[in-house]
Design a protein around this ligand. Structure first.
Ligand code: NAP
Length: 309
């Protein structure tokens, strides 16, 4: 008989690592599947985090994740840099299969798979991905030295990307479908004061142009419907995220947008012994600190569940 673990945590980031810290300190010996390419989660692709409490001078996203990871390891969490590719979550013993083909059994599972970048949904956006179209300025900004780029979106992510890209690009045009930003005022003010950023309001990207590489965008004015084209060397898409719940369909109750449904203020899902936290359950707050807080809740819920069994 293969070993039955107390707890497997699927996903990392602030939610998964915090769950791991709490569960490890509770002597549950959690196994954490950090993800093969997404280990550390979205904060691995960011620069300075200014609003995580406890860091008055800010902290670099990857450093913060590295510290959380070390803290989890220090208390005995076993971290595995691989994906879970299949799960059977009903019944008393849950079965999980990882990307290397190993099968694990566990009494409890915490889901913390976070979210993925949302796409505009254009055929040429996909085709020219990596050839001008990107979702990550910190990863790809460097390739746009002395070039002109566009960022689409009106939230904090778009503003953050636009500000960051001004380090490399000669000009950054922020394209937003409305005339008001959704971003927080402090971030919006910073972008407005940046002479390298131009705002293109009430504008939708309707196509990405170019053969081998992206050469420009086809645009539509959302107020009067006017069509236009503009040359750009790059497009950074920063229009939000979608929950990474594709492995869960049919087993775990999801809402209409694909977020995991939890019971009241708890992290309990519809499957006994399965808990969910972080961006996977949260369409409202989606901050590093709220994800960490819900990771803590998930570990406490799992601990209580295991104590009762
Ligand atoms: P968001 O707040 O949901 O904003 C998404 C933006 O993209 C909105 O402006 C939205 O337009 C636009 N959009 C959505 N779908 C679109 C489409 N199909 N075509 C064109 N535009 C589209 O997402 P986010 O900016 O990724 O932020 C997510 C969360 O993370 C927020 O809570 C944010 O505060 C947080 N965050 C914080 C920081 C920070 O504090 N340093 C940095 C990044 C993110 P509408 O406005 O018209 O809906």
């Amino acid at each position: 008989m293969s070993e039955i673990h107390n707890l497997v945590i699927v996903g990392s980031g602030p939610a998964g690592y915090t769950a791991a810290i709490y569960a490890a300190r509770a002597q549950l010996s959690p196994i954490v599947y950090e993800g093969s390419v997404t280990a550390g989660g979205a904060l691995m692709n960011t620069t300075e985090v200014e609003n995580f409490p406890g860091f008055p001078d800010g902290v670099m996203g990857p450093d913060l994740m590295d510290n959380l990871r070390k803290q989890a390891e220090k208390f005995g969490a076993k971290l595995i840099t691989d994906d879970i590719v299949e799960m059977k979550l009903d019944g008393e013993v849950k079965t999980l299969i990882d990307g290397s083909g190993n099968t694990l059994k566990a009494k409890a599972v915490i889901l913390a798979t976070g979210s993925a970048y949302k796409e505009i949904g254009l055929e040429n956006e996909k085709r020219l991905s990596g050839r001008g179209v990107s979702w990550c300025a910190t990863c790809d900004g460097f390739f746009f030295r002395e070039k002109e780029v566009a960022v689409v979106g009106g939230g904090d992510s778009a503003i953050e990307e636009a500000n960051f890209l001004t380090r490399f690009a000669t000009k950054v045009t922020l394209i937003h479908r409305r005339d008001t930003l959704r971003a927080s005022k402090i971030m919006a003010d910073r972008a407005m004061a940046n002479p390298k950023i131009e705002f293109l309001w009430n504008t939708e990207v309707i196509d990405v142009l170019g053969d081998a590489n992206m050469s420009g965008l086809a645009l539509k004015n959302t107020v009067d419907g006017t069509l236009s084209q503009r040359n750009f060397d790059g497009l950074f898409v920063a229009i939000g995220h979608v929950p990474r719940s594709e492995l869960l369909g049919g087993q775990i109750d999801l809402d209409s947008e694909g977020y995991v449904k939890v019971e009241g203020r708890s992290t309990r899902t519809n499957q006994v012994g399965v808990f969910a936290c972080g961006d996977l359950v949260d369409h409202t707050y989606r901050q590093a600190i709220t994800a960490a807080g819900s990771g803590c809740q998930a570990a406490l819920d799992a601990e209580r569940f295991l104590a009762g069994h």
